[in-house]
Design a binder for this molecule. Structure first.
Ligand code: RB5
Length: 148
């Protein structure tokens, strides 16, 4: 599978660890974001790039890392077709796949130690969407682009 792994400056180290883990699992991985932590980068930039790529390609998935994962999830969810989930542990990561068909996983580099974040990533990767939740996913899609 194709993975786009993006971060801002706060997420560079974790982004690299997650990208290396995905590559070791045999996936096609592209990294988006600054090369170093001292290179300031605004999280909506990487979120937009990753989210648009995922929205264009059914076969692609995204992983986004910032300090908390919160900014990345808010920004990525602005893109139609993207269901970005912020996970804090392997249970929420697994449920994001099983219940919410999350096509983007967001993680906080200042919240999770890298080895624990890798277990979250694996929990998401190894889980499958449960079709009984499809009606809710359709309702999320119906909300896209709606205003007040
Ligand atoms: C950057 O300092 C920080 O605000 C960002 O990485 C993220 O945590 C935002 O949600």
């Amino acid at each position: 599978m194709r993975f786009l792994v993006g971060s801002d400056h706060a997420g560079v180290g974790l982004r690299r660890a997650l990208a290396a883990h995905l590559a070791a699992r045999g996936h096609d991985v592209e990294e988006i974001g600054p090369a170093r932590e001292d290179e300031r980068a605004d999280y909506p930039d990487a979120a937009g790039e990753v989210a648009r790529a995922v929205a264009r390609d059914e076969g692609a998935r995204g992983v986004l890392v910032c300090g908390t994962g919160i900014g990345m999830s808010i920004a990525a969810n602005k893109v139609r077709g993207v269901r970005a989930a912020l996970a804090h542990d392997p249970v929420t990561a697994r449920l994001a796949a099983e219940h919410n068909a999350a096509n983007v996983l967001c993680l906080g580099a200042r919240i999770l130690a890298a080895p624990y974040a890798v277990t979250c990533l694996d929990a998401w990767l190894d889980a499958a969407f449960e079709a009984r939740h499809q009606r809710r996913i359709d309702k999320i899609a119906a909300l896209e682009g709606s205003g007040a």
